[in-house]
Write a protein that binds this ligand. Structure first.
Ligand SMILES: [Zn+2]
Length: 102
């Protein structure tokens, strides 16, 4: 994978630095107000004032990663809930079988 030259322009924040494409591992960001860590993100960082710049393409990619991780998590919770319901059902059946009343 070659370095993506997304930035490399004069920083609009300070006017004297250059925004350089920087690969950041475990970049902490917020998607729709939710904290999210991007495994590997490409952002532009000014070599003078350290201002961070983003491309719509990259933030869109992060959003997709975020939604994918949400799907994974909700799938996990659904699975857990299902097994919990089964467990409660079994417990109830056992109690009925043994004649214990609630
Ligand atoms: Zn700057």
């Amino acid at each position: 994978m070659g370095a993506q030259l997304l930035f490399e322009y004069t920083c609009p924040e300070c006017g004297s630095g250059t925004v350089r494409t920087t690969r950041v591992q475990n970049y902490k960001t917020k998607i729709k107000g939710y904290p999210f860590i991007v495994d590997e993100g490409f952002i532009g960082i000014c070599d003078h004032c350290k201002a961070e710049h983003f491309t719509p393409k990259e933030t869109k990619r992060w959003e997709n990663l975020f939604y994918r991780s949400l799907k994974k998590t909700s799938g996990f919770f659904l699975f857990r809930r299902k097994t919990e319901i089964e467990w409660i059902k079994n417990l109830r059946n056992q109690r009925i079988a043994s004649g214990t009343s609630f």
